[in-house]
Design a binder for this molecule. Structure first.
Ligand code: URA
Length: 225
């Protein structure tokens, strides 16, 4: 929980950044969008969810997860005593891909720095990735969600140590009861994750820089060091 002044600064920096991203034209998706869907929730949240990309309703309303998948996300949050205002919700892509197709690699590449900046400003302690795209991007690994869901991966995001917690995407769980049960079970472990302090990152050890011979001192050239 941030001090009040830190919280105000964070809020205003995040909303300045949202205003900047609202005009983004880094990729082709800018042409077809109704608006940029930046993110929603508490800028001081300890828990951040990262989905894939806005769909039809998100594009219309300007907020992530407002369609059927969003209603399920709200229900899952309520099941652990939380609501939208307690967490932060964003997507990898800030603009809707036409026909809700999968994000393309060049679109992810163009957009990912917006997400990384959001994480840097919000400083969540737990980042729950929803589905394959967010999990692969933020874990930096190609393991599929079926294999890694519900297993915490400690990693560094936005310059800080976080617990990355992969989950099935609510849209996938909507029509698959077994997946929904698994998602509910994985969700039930979130409160315990929020209690847990991650160890500080190992200090970065600066290795001596080897200078080119031309700049080496006379003593070095004599092999004294
Ligand atoms: N699916 C997502 O990944 N994000 C949304 O905002 C809505 C549906």
């Amino acid at each position: 929980m941030a001090a009040a002044s830190d919280s105000l600064t964070r809020q205003s920096t995040l909303s300045d950044y949202a205003a900047q991203v609202a005009g983004c034209t880094r990729c082709r998706l800018a042409q077809g969008r109704t608006q940029v869907v930046f993110g929603v929730g508490d800028p001081d949240a300890d828990l951040m969810f990262v989905g894939e990309a806005p769909g039809f309703h998100e594009d219309q309303q300007g907020f992530p997860f407002v369609g059927q998948a969003g209603k399920l996300l709200d229900r899952l949050l309520a099941g652990i005593g939380l609501e939208r205002g307690d967490v932060y919700i964003a997507n990898i892509l800030k603009c809707r891909p036409p026909g809700n197709r999968d994000p393309q690699p060049d679109e992810i590449e163009a957009c990912e720095s917006h997400l990384f900046r959001q994480m840097e400003l919000i400083e969540p302690r737990v980042v729950a990735t929803l589905g394959n795209f967010a999990t692969k991007l933020l874990s930096g690994k190609q393991h599929g969600i079926t294999r890694v869901h519900g297993v915490v991966q400690e990693t560094t995001l936005g310059g800080r140590r976080v617990a990355l917690y992969p989950l099935y995407h609510p849209a996938a769980a909507l029509y698959t009861p077994a997946m929904l049960r698994t998602l509910e079970e994985d969700f039930s472990r979130i409160p315990a994750l929020l209690e847990h302090e991650l160890p500080a990152p190992a200090p970065v050890i600066q290795l001596p820089v080897r200078r080119p011979l031309a700049t080496a001192t006379a003593q070095e050239q004599l092999g004294l060091f």
